[in-house]
Ligand binder design. Structure first.
Ligand code: SF4
Length: 443
């Protein structure tokens, strides 16, 4: 009988993409996906290292799984436990020390080796080299029929922000070849994908080469968007996550003239204080960030922005925090993520001792989130009674209800007796409940 597996995914969209790829690879090799750990012969944890909570979750899940494995053993059944993702890369040996029931550890650039290793069990337990190229050439085309798909085009980061583990867990910047991305996109569109989100830890640093008429041409993110937008059937392109200093004119030009490139940009700033930005090694100032936003708005009037903020970075004063709030007031983000500073082992900022009192951080975060939420609601309310294009990706919870997204990523629910999945239609937005709209198809 085919062995079954279950993958639990923690963290970001790049992990979601990796899990989907690992799922396809295992099915291709004869393994069967199961619905939960209880029914599976192989339990896979695809981990995230970005915040302390995420890696703690791994150890508590491992505790539960090893008890489960022991019980199965008593019944004469076998279970293998595999850890992959960023914690596997950063803490491979530590995981094995803390939990003896783990069978194998695969870093994010090595998970493609899993089917082979499972077939001919190996004495090596940890696989964590950084060769992205080998991974991407081993992946197989997705069979997924989803309308909105993720595709990793870039991995790793050379920026070394002082709080971030990515350069250590995902390695140096690597860009997939245009040919490889194009082939995967064609396969996805053939299966029904209409929207593509190009993923990378630092996607705006994408750089590859193509040879045309014997001449080597450098391809940046903007060029890639242009190339992909010629694929018939692909209606929308997005990209995630960008670093402000890598947003170039090539990309902005695409925002100006490529209607398939959506007017929504996630552009993390992390702090509004130049003093803290410098400590964070962000390589840009508040003024640079704000002028970039102004420049983009001039090029694309309806562009909306989201961002990431870290609250309570070591040494953050009330004044530094106020400067972050000033940026928020100036930009009025359509949505944003804000987090308490969480020291990650091995990062330069984890060695700093000027930690901010927890109550102060809690108070600051609460204040920031209430302003961000207010701006998000105001942004959404400005769309009431407007007609916008909605790409429908699935069914809602109610009968005859369909869910889609606007160009600005806002979720919309519509009632229809006709199947709307995969359709791009004009919808009049009539009502807003928390962050989701209810609308009516336009005649
Ligand atoms: S640019 Fe992003 S991924 Fe790179 S080190 Fe900074 S926060 Fe991490």
């Amino acid at each position: 009988m085919n062995q079954s597996f279950f993958i639990k995914t923690y963290g970001c969209q790049m992990n979601e993409y990796d899990s989907e790829k690992l799922n396809d690879l295992l099915e291709y090799n004869g393994y069967k996906a199961s619905k939960n750990f209880e029914e599976s012969d192989i339990a896979i944890l695809n981990t995230c290292h970005i915040r302390k909570k995420a890696s703690e979750k791994l150890y508590s899940d491992l505790g539960r799984l090893s008890k489960f494995k022991e019980n199965k053993k008593k019944l004469g059944k076998r279970m293998q436990i595999i850890v992959t993702g960023c914690v596997a890369q950063a803490e491979g040996d530590e995981i094995l020390k803390r939990n003896k029931s783990v069978d194998y550890i695969f870093g994010p650039q090595s998970f493609h080796k899993l089917p082979k290793i499972l077939k001919k069990s190996n004495s090596d337990k940890v696989y964590n080299d950084f060769l992205c190229e080998n991974k991407f050439s081993s992946l197989i085309p997705s069979k997924s029929k989803e309308v909105s798909k993720l595709i990793t085009i870039q991995e790793g980061c050379d920026k070394f922000c002082s709080f971030c583990v990515v350069p250590y867990t995902r390695g140096a910047e690597f860009s997939r070849s245009v040919e490889n991305i194009y082939a995967e996109t064609i396969a996805l569109v053939k299966n029904g994908a209409k929207e593509l989100t190009l993923l990378g830890q630092n996607v705006s640093s994408y750089e590859s080469n193509v040879i045309k008429d014997g001449i080597r041409k450098k391809i940046r993110l903007g060029d890639l968007c242009q190339i992909l937008s010629h694929i018939q059937g692909l209606e929308r392109i997005r990209y995630l996550t960008s670093h402000p200093i890598d947003i170039d004119d090539n990309l902005l030009d695409q925002h100006k003239k490529n209607p398939k490139l959506m007017p929504f940009l996630h552009l993390p700033i992390q702090s509004g204080s130049d003093r803290i930005l410098k400590k964070m090694n962000r390589k840009h100032s508040k003024t640079f960030y704000l002028s970039l936003i102004e420049k983009i708005k001039k090029i694309k009037k309806n562009m909306a922005f989201s961002s990431d903020f870290i609250v309570g970075y070591p040494g953050e004063t009330d004044n530094d925090f106020q400067e972050s709030l000033e940026v928020i007031e100036k930009v009025r983000f359509a949505s944003s993520y804000s987090f308490k500073y969480s020291p990650r082992p091995g990062t330069p900022s984890s060695l700093k001792d000027s930690l901010i009192d927890c109550d102060v951080v809690d108070r600051r975060l609460k204040e920031m989130q209430s302003i961000l939420n207010k701006h998000q609601t105001e942004f959404n309310l400005s769309f009431i009674d407007k007609t916008v294009d909605v790409l429908f990706s699935g069914k809602g919870k109610k009968p005859n209800q369909y869910v889609g997204r606007t160009p600005h990523l806002q979720p919309v629910h519509v009632l229809s007796s006709e199947n709307l999945v995969g359709k791009l239609l004009s919808v009049k937005l009539e009502d807003l409940t928390s962050y989701s709209f209810h609308g009516r198809l336009s005649a």
